[in-house]
Design a protein around this ligand. Structure first.
Ligand code: PEP
Length: 251
């Protein structure tokens, strides 16, 4: 049985005080959603403050990125140990915005996933095709390569979460249909099954891309969709709570 996850990626939004207020609102509104795991990913500057708000609750904390070295002269980067020290148990890795604006390659994603695991953080590994790739009908090829390269030389799927996020659906309001999403989730599980055998049945694969309380119900009804990575809607407290409640009702 795979416990569903709803993760909120706040991206580059919210001051420390705004982050604290949003986290408190979520914390106070999650009664009755025990079946769903909740992860919040505030900006780096608010991680420690949010960790204090969610202490002793079922809400977990994620960073939106990590670096793949433990320490050193890497101006502007944040080490996995520092992320953990700030209270995180998860790290989002390879988000399409990191790939697009900061030129993260699959090789970087792989180094980060390895370092996250070595540090005791659970990576949420993001993969997904662009609109152009979908139109060219190379979605499976692209996503398959991303998954294999992200997990290169990693010999267990323990403590790994995958997020399938079609780039064309992120922040656009153009959500994948439940079938479109399910097909890619099933494909990813198949790739993992070739790599890891039966362990692939337990890994959680989240869908991300314009998720709302209105569309999450049909997505979560799909067999291979185990939750949602939510961007824009996670900044609106009642909307995010609506997504969490819907997932809890359904799974
Ligand atoms: C995201 O950034 O991971 C995301 C899914 O964004 P949005 O929900 O805004 O499409």
């Amino acid at each position: 049985m795979r416990k569903p996850i709803v993760a909120g990626n706040w991206k580059m939004h919210n001051t420390v005080q705004e982050s604290i207020a949003l986290a408190k609102y979520i914390k106070d509104g999650i009664a009755g959603t025990e079946k769903t795991e909740i992860v919040l990913a505030p900006p780096f500057t608010a991680l420690y403050s949010v960790s204090a708000v969610i202490k002793d609750t079922k809400i977990s904390l994620a960073s939106q990125n990590i670096f793949y070295e433990d320490k050193g002269a890497y101006t502007g980067e944040v080490a996995p140990g520092m992320i953990k020290d700030a209270g995180c148990t998860y790290a989002i890795i390879g988000h399409s915005e990191r790939r697009k604006y900061f030129y993260e390659r699959d090789e970087d994603v792989n180094l980060k996933v390895k370092k996250a695991l070595a540090t005791g953080l659970t990576p949420i590994v993001c993969v997904g095709e662009t609109e152009e790739e979908r139109v060219k009908d190379v979605t499976e090829f692209v996503v398959g390569v991303q998954v294999k390269k992200a997990l290169f030389e990693i010999n267990s799927l323990n403590n790994i979460v995958i997020a399938y996020e079609p780039v064309w659906a992120i922040g656009t309001g153009k959500v994948a249909t439940p079938m479109e999403a399910e097909e890619v989730h099933r494909f990813i599980r198949g790739v993992l099954s070739e790599m890891y055998g039966s362990a692939s049945t337990d890994i959680r694969i989240l869908y991300g891309g314009s998720v709302t309380p209105e569309n999450v119900g049909e997505l979560i009804d799909m067999e291979d969709i185990d939750g949602a990575l939510v961007g824009g809607a996670s900044l609106k407290p009642d909307t995010f709570l609506g997504i969490i409640r819907k997932v809890s009702e359904k799974k």
